[in-house]
Design a protein around this ligand. Structure first.
Ligand code: GLY
Ligand code: MN
Ligand code: MN
Length: 433
């Protein structure tokens, strides 16, 4: 609770005294007839409240005498609680989640004009809740009609992401501990998949091993739909069907990450189905690994975001030249982005409550420098599908990505997912046991 309180205080400090913040919880997940899918709280909402029910709205009112943190949430309901579990109710909102005041969610629109009194700036999430947007606009229009009675009639509407996502970018020690745990569980799951893998299995059987390891260690959910691609599927970046039978000479690309207490890991390993890389697979693998290791090594406070991009592009382009898949001068190949048919995605993204986490990448049109407390992935890849022009057949269906989660520390970096082996030799030796 102290962590959530600290975040709300920090946000309010930056909002200023005449502002109000309004944020809604994630919607209740669709029912499929009687069955209800699992609910997952909106990450911004979780970050500020820790409150894990749908149908809730958080209101923050800096320096408001009757309470700065107001929660609108569901009332308690005996029948609903018998079928679907405990609800905090208004008492619980105050007692368990530190709300200064709590009201039934259905009272929100009625109470809002009163909460807007003496406020001139509204922070809210523009992209989150269409119904809330409508309620807010209706009330602003209604207040405008009362202008002659002295009502505040004009408000600055500001996207709460500007402040909130900048806060989320810098992880606290508590958050780092959770990200580390997510990374460790995920690494164990990748090891399990490598050990279990053999030709003849279906891709989803490896998914089952990964899910088993996640849940066994208390991570109930995947942070994103896992990608388990073999053979030609290794070259489909967001392949999630996972239903192909794995062949003897295939590579297998596994991009899977656990969500542990709301925090994501995002890890990729690529390995040979039969436990031994072919010469072509190994050649491409070593290029991607070299690019990934060099990218990670450059991480420290002050390194510009895009530096990692440049490093991975350079090594991959040089590598593709070395194995004869690109021809020409290195600088001009980079200049004309000749690597794009093989390496078509970026080198990483922020990581946290979301897999592609909150936070901007440029400040004043310039790639921002890394700072301690940030967490990002480094995930270069080379993908050679049968459709890539001018590539001899023996290179086809080699898709390789290697991805780890990296914390920027005061002096450098820490790899949160390093328990999963990635040197070709280490993978082969793990798979031969
Ligand atoms: N797993 C999605 C990504 O690597 O960005
Ligand atoms: Mn990623
Ligand atoms: Mn990934």
């Amino acid at each position: 609770m102290t962590e959530f309180l600290k975040r709300r205080k920090q946000l309010m400090q930056q909002m200023g005294p005449n502002a109000i913040a309004i944020l809604s919880a994630a919607p209740e997940v669709a029912r499929n007839h009687d069955h209800m899918y699992m609910f997952r709280q909106n990450s911004d909402f979780h970050y500020l409240t820790g409150f894990n029910e749908p149908e809730a709205i958080m209101v923050l009112l800096p320096e408001h005498k009757e309470g700065e943190f107001i929660l609108f949430n569901r009332v308690r309901d005996k029948t609903e609680e018998i079928w679907n579990g405990h609800r905090a109710g208004q008492k619980g909102a105050c007692r368990e989640f530190g709300a200064d005041r709590a009201f039934p969610i259905q009272d929100f629109a009625k109470k809002l004009p009163e909460l807007l009194k003496d406020r001139d700036t509204i922070y809210y999430a523009i992209d989150c809740d269409a119904q809330l947007n409508q309620t807010l606009i209706n009330i602003i229009i209604e207040l405008r009609g009362k202008i002659r009675s002295g009502a505040q009639s004009s408000f600055a509407l500001i996207d709460i992401a500007d402040i909130l996502h900048e806060m989320r970018l810098f992880k606290s020690p508590t958050e780092i501990a959770l990200l580390k745990k997510a990374g460790q569980i995920t690494a164990d799951a990748h090891i399990r998949a490598m050990q279990y893998c053999r030709p003849g299995l279906y891709e989803y059987e490896l998914e089952a091993e990964i899910t088993h390891e996640f849940i066994r260690q208390g991570a109930r959910f995947h942070a994103y739909t896992p990608i388990i691609g073999s053979g030609a599927n290794t070259c489909i970046l967001h392949y999630v069907t996972n239903h192909q039978r794995i062949k003897k000479t295939d590579l297998v690309l596994v991009d899977a990450g656990a969500e542990y207490q709301y925090y994501a890991a995002d890890v990729t390993r690529t390995f040979p189905a039969n436990g031994r890389f072919s010469a072509e697979q190994r050649a491409v693998y070593d290029i991607v690994l070299e690019a990934q290791l060099a990218g990670i090594k450059a991480i420290r406070p002050g390194t510009a975001w895009n530096k990692i991009e440049e490093i991975t592009v350079k090594i991959i382009t040089q590598g593709l030249k070395d194995i004869g898949l690109l021809k020409g001068n290195l600088d001009s190949l980079i200049e004309k982005q000749a690597y794009l048919p093989f390496y078509m995605h970026r080198s990483g993204h922020w990581l946290g409550l979301d897999t592609h986490d909150a936070g901007v990448y440029k400040i004043n049109h310039k790639w921002r420098p890394l700072k301690s407390g940030m967490v990002r992935t480094v995930e270069p890849g080379i993908y050679i599908s049968a459709n890539t022009p001018n590539v001899p057949k023996r290179w086809h269906h080699i898709g390789i990505r290697i991805e780890d989660d990296i914390l920027v520390t005061k002096t450098g970096y820490e790899v949160l997912s390093d328990k999963a082996p990635k040197r070709a030799k280490d993978i082969e030796s793990l798979m031969s046991r």
